[in-house]
Design a protein around this ligand. Structure first.
Ligand code: ADP
Ligand code: ADP
Length: 228
């Protein structure tokens, strides 16, 4: 689903944020991207989203080489990618339903279709009963689940998350991780950037570790059920 082939990113400042990073993520795999602050995690996600461009190397999403993509391809690319942010970036001037519907409205889905898809996404994250509420009335964990529903509402084959549990306590974080695991099980490629290693041991997962822009570890880790 994603392939990085010797990808490097040097910012205009001269900072080498990624150095010849190569890996492949298949569909249906739960992968964690870890490393200290400044290791290059956000940069890697930004390259996938085409918020930044690589200085060298090639990135493939499905069969498509992003080097061949111009800016006009970006909306199409982003429709294939669900993105979950740490601070969920919900809009407090509208309902839970309307927050989740937003990507579909932007993509021009027909109204009847939007209702069906939004309710399916809210059902998946266990928030169907809250569709009419304003997200400001929800708990932090519920708000993050609304953010996840919005990220998956158009059924993207790829789900990215940047520190998705950064503001949550361990029990809520575990719930959020369970959701990501569910999406991986139905075939979504899930890539989660986090520095919180204690949370990620509940499932068999792939672990990528960056240090100062170098990919220093890439392996499949088995579950340790006692953790988390
Ligand atoms: P992480 O997400 O792992 O904390 P980042 O990808 O945000 O790491 O940053 C990697 C390195 O690149 C850091 O040294 C950071 O300061 C630097 N960096 C990130 N964005 C920029 C930018 N726009 N311009 C210059 N340097 C940047
Ligand atoms: P993070 O939450 O990933 O650690 P930061 O607080 O490091 O993010 O950075 C916030 C924003 O500033 C990001 O968009 C990042 O790319 C950018 N940035 C980080 N370091 C630098 C830098 N040295 N110069 C310019 N922009 C930077």
């Amino acid at each position: 689903m994603i392939k990085f082939d010797r990808v490097s990113k040097r910012y205009a400042s001269g900072k080498d944020a990624l150095r010849r990073v190569s890996f492949e993520l298949p569909a249906g795999q739960l992968t964690f991207l870890t490393g200290h602050s400044g290791a290059g995690k956000s940069t890697l996600l930004k390259l996938i989203m085409m918020i930044e461009r690589p200085t060298q190397g090639q990135i493939f999403i499905g069969r498509q080489n992003l080097n061949g993509f111009g800016n006009r391809h970006i909306p199409l690319l982003r429709r294939k990618i669900g993105m979950v942010h740490q601070n969920h970036q919900l809009l407090f001037d509208r309902s839970v339903f309307d927050n989740v519907a937003l990507p579909l409205v932007i993509a021009g889905f027909p109204k009847a279709d939007i209702g069906k898809r939004v309710r399916a996404a809210l059902d998946k994250v266990g928030l169907l009963s809250k569709e009419k509420q304003n997200p400001i009335m929800l708990s932090g964990g519920e708000q993050q689940r609304v953010g996840i529903a919005r990220a998956v509402v158009n059924k993207p084959p790829l789900l990215l998350a940047d520190e998705p549990t950064g503001n949550l306590d361990p029990a809520l974080s575990a719930e959020i991780m369970d959701l990501f695991h569910d999406f991986a099980r139905v075939g979504v490629a899930v890539l989660i950037a986090t520095h919180d290693l204690s949370l990620i041991a509940r499932y068999r997962h792939r672990l990528l570790t960056l240090r100062e822009g170098n990919l220093i570890h890439d392996g499949v880790e088995s579950a340790t059920p006692a953790a988390g």
